[in-house]
Design a protein around this ligand. Structure first.
Ligand SMILES: Cc1ncc(COP(=O)(O)O)c(C=O)c1O
Length: 492
């Protein structure tokens, strides 16, 4: 081993890892838990006093770690809102990690940081003024957007929360009962308070109810509470519902609140022309987010927050001056070497200083697929959800529990004579057996109080045969559990 470690041959190491990954992607190794007794002890042990060297680490990675990874790249994985990434963005991530480990200084990678944000905004139908900043995921992206909202709302009331703290004015946020639960955490972190997120009722299609929103806003304004932001979701996590953006945005503005749109999952859904009208009112957003690591197939760790004017982000998140950065943000036209300037001050627009160059990853996806390629992907995934709905309509053993809007389809197995409570536990068992015995890995949720099986189709490796396989497996396992013969829709 070299005295100065961490310098092994990149081509050799990545070649060996790539081979192990290719084998992993071929599947067939089953679930890591079935081999837990082997890999867990092999990976346990004390901190080594002397290192084993790069070669041995690569060997352990290839032999023990990679084969026991998560099945999220399998074509039948449709849990939560996550899936294995595409190949090109994985390789772009590696390229960025090696050749541009930070997003500052003037480099080709860092040009792509801004370019890809602009492309992403355009892809998702945002106004040209919307400018972005990357962060690690939707949770942080929402936090940044709501930090901007807090700054704006309190500046309107005559103070500067980033500099002076919150003061005593009571603040509130407004979001539907289907909002992602990290929004309450953001409210806690921002000092607005988890309990001051007003949970607004939803309609029969799990969309925010504007009349209930109006009542909550009016009650708070008359009680002297400052309405900081109304949050609408495009693509809720449970069912993929899209809140009524125009109504929510107009109510926010009428009551002096910021309008935030959480599009972590569903913002790229605007590319499906059949659904574009559901995005009417998006232009009212003061901020919006999207996660390229969801529907665009980036490796996990990339979200973008967009605002109309990044100076609000600067006021909300700027760092205090630091002597070691004095003069670091010079005009890029003035630089002699790339290190002369830090480039765009992203570190002052959000909460990270050190940060990977994420733009190259998003750029690689948009270059590889183009707008039409992404559109085809989105439409195809939405079609998969509709296919499950069609299968449910055609079978007396399946019941659609929420009409798909985007690429999530909530459904359940049904058997004659089994009541709703019985179906809840039956379907919970169907899900567990699906996950344990088949290549199909949806997750679950609760819709209108009932347990449902919930595939979310954002996985670039999925094909129609896998979607049919899921429906067939649900019927087969459900019939076994219910003691019925599995013969299509006919009860024998
Ligand atoms: C609508 C919505 N917002 C925010 C998040 C949080 O995103 P992340 O997991 O990237 O932090 C999610 C995650 O699924 C989500 O569905």
């Amino acid at each position: 081993m070299s005295e100065r470690a961490q310098t092994g041959n990149l081509a050799d190491y990545t070649g060996r890892i790539a081979a192990a990954l290719e084998q992993f992607l071929e599947g067939g190794q089953g679930d890591a838990m079935s081999r837990h007794a082997e890999w867990s002890p092999a990976l346990s042990g004390p901190l080594p006093a002397a290192g084993v060297g790069g070669d041995a680490v690569i060997e352990e990675l290839a032999r023990t770690v990679i084969p026991n990874g998560a099945r999220m790249s399998d074509p039948g994985f449709w849990g939560w809102i996550t899936a294995g990434p595409g190949t090109v963005p994985v390789v772009a991530t590696l390229a960025g990690a090696v050749a541009s480990p930070q997003r500052y200084t003037i480099t080709a990678f860092n040009k792509l940081e801004e370019l890809s944000l602009d492309w992403l905004a355009e892809l998702c139908g945002l106004d040209a003024q919307m400018k972005g900043v990357y962060s690690s995921g939707g949770s942080v992206a929402n936090l940044i957007a709501l930090g901007a909202a807090r700054q704006w709302a309190l500046e309107e009331a005559g103070s500067d929360p980033a500099a002076d703290g919150l003061g005593t004015v009571p603040l509130a946020l407004y979001a539907s009962a289907e909002v992602h639960h990290t929004v309450q955490r953001a409210a806690g972190v921002l000092g607005i308070g988890r309990r001051n997120v007003r949970i607004i009722a939803t309609d029969d299609h799990q969309r925010l109810d504007p009349a209930a929103l109006e009542r909550a806003l009016a009650a708070d304004v008359s009680a002297g509470v400052v309405p900081v932001a109304v949050i609408a979701t495009v693509g809720t996590t449970n069912t993929g519902a899209i809140d009524p953006l125009r109504a929510a945005g107009e109510l926010a503005k009428a009551h002096g609140a910021w309008f935030h749109v959480d599009g972590a999952y569903g913002l790229p859904g605007i590319l499906d022309e059949r659904l574009a009208s559901l995005y009417d009112g998006l232009e009212l957003a003061d901020s919006t987010i999207v996660d390229p690591h969801k529907w665009l197939g980036a490796p996990v760790g990339i979200a973008a927050t967009f605002v109309r004017d990044r100076s609000i982000l600067h006021r909300a998140f700027t760092q205090e001056p630091a002597a070691y950065l004095e003069g670091a943000f010079v005009d890029p036209d003035d630089v002699r070497i790339s290190l002369d300037s830090m480039g765009v001050p992203y570190a002052d627009f959000a909460v990270e200083l050190s940060s990977p160059a994420r733009g190259v990853v998003v750029w690689s996806i948009l270059r590889e697929l183009g707008r039409e390629g992404v559109r085809a992907r989105i439409r195809g995934d939405n079609d998969f959800a509709r296919h499950v709905a069609t299968r449910a309509a055609a079978s007396d053993r399946l019941e659609l529990m929420a009409e798909p809007v985007l690429s999530i389809c909530c459904f359940r197995y049904v058997a004659p004579g089994v009541d709703d409570d019985g179906l809840d536990s039956l379907n919970a068992t169907v899900l567990r057996r699906l996950q344990a015995e088949t290549p199909y890995l949806p997750s679950s949720t609760v819709v209108n109080g009932r347990f449902v099986i919930r595939p979310c189709f954002i996985n670039g490796r999925t094909e129609l045969k896998h979607v049919d396989g899921l429906c067939d497996a649900v019927i087969r396992i459900g019939d076994q559990l219910a003691g019925l013969a599995s013969a299509g829709s006919v009860l024998l």
